[in-house]
Design a protein around this ligand. Structure first.
Ligand SMILES: Nc1ncnc2c1ncn2[C@@H]1O[C@H](COP(=O)(O)OP(=O)(O)OP(=O)(O)O)[C@@H](O)[C@H]1O
Length: 213
């Protein structure tokens, strides 16, 4: 269960310019505990750029992002500790197995995860049996995506930023990921995700933002 003390992501007057093009300006929203924001838009409309701004990997041309009322630039590592980012690349070590990748990702996030808990996380994404022991470089794209997303099954961070979490997943895995996201939101977490797909999210407080509209 997440500590619910004052979870709030505030975005004020955000402007983003990349490659000489303005992607958006005057973008403002607030998310509090138990809320999910689904970001949509055409290819190139700025969805990934927005997530990179939200996690502090990109700096805005104008505007500010606050977490728990404090600018994320000032929070630094204290903000990153509360953040689970899954980018559209899987960030897996090809030579390591799914089990090893899940345990390594947990370790980097400061979470102690034994073998049984890592197996359980993979099982929640439908990865069981010998697949757990095959180096990730030999898995299919969808299987790799499942391994990357298994991090969500053991994540303790309250804020999840997910770039195209459903890309490359089949219907069963899409359902598993939607269920994990739904559980996190119901437990009071905050989620921002980008997607091109229409996925039924088991969440009552889901909001949508369309970039480039
Ligand atoms: N490193 C970069 N340098 C310059 N411009 C960039 C860079 N990365 C992205 N862009 C530009 O920013 C714009 C938005 O890219 P972004 O990846 O945020 O879009 P997106 O909405 O996530 O697209 P997609 O749906 O294709 O994933 C694009 O026009 C892209 O060319």
């Amino acid at each position: 269960m997440i500590s619910l003390i004052f979870l709030m992501l505030d975005v004020f007057g955000l402007e983003c310019i990349r490659g000489g093009h303005r992607l958006f300006r005057d973008l403002s929203f607030r998310l509090t505990d138990g809320e999910l924001l689904q970001v949509q838009g055409d290819n190139g409309s700025g969805k990934t750029s927005l997530l990179r701004l939200l996690c502090g990997l990109l700096l805005p041309v104008a505007g500010e992002i606050r977490w728990r009322g404090v600018p994320i630039a000032r929070l630094g590592v204290d903000f990153r500790r509360e953040l689970c980012l899954i980018g559209h690349r899987d960030a897996l070590k090809n030579e390591l197995t799914p089990l090893e990748n899940v345990r390594m990702a947990a370790h980097l996030a400061g979470i102690r995860l034994d073998g049984a808990a890592a197996r359980d996380a993979l099982a929640q994404l439908g990865l069981t049996g010998e697949t757990e022991e095959i180096p990730c470089g030999r898995l299919s794209q969808g299987q790799r995506r499942r391994v990357a997303l298994a991090r969500l099954a053991c994540a303790r961070q309250p804020l999840w930023l997910l770039d195209e979490p459903f890309a490359a997943l089949d219907a069963a895995a899409t359902g598993c990921v939607a269920a994990l996201i739904g559980r996190h939101v119901r437990c009071g977490g905050v989620v921002v995700l980008t997607t091109h797909q229409t996925v039924d999210m088991p969440v009552t407080a889901a909001r949508r933002l369309t970039l480039g509209a």
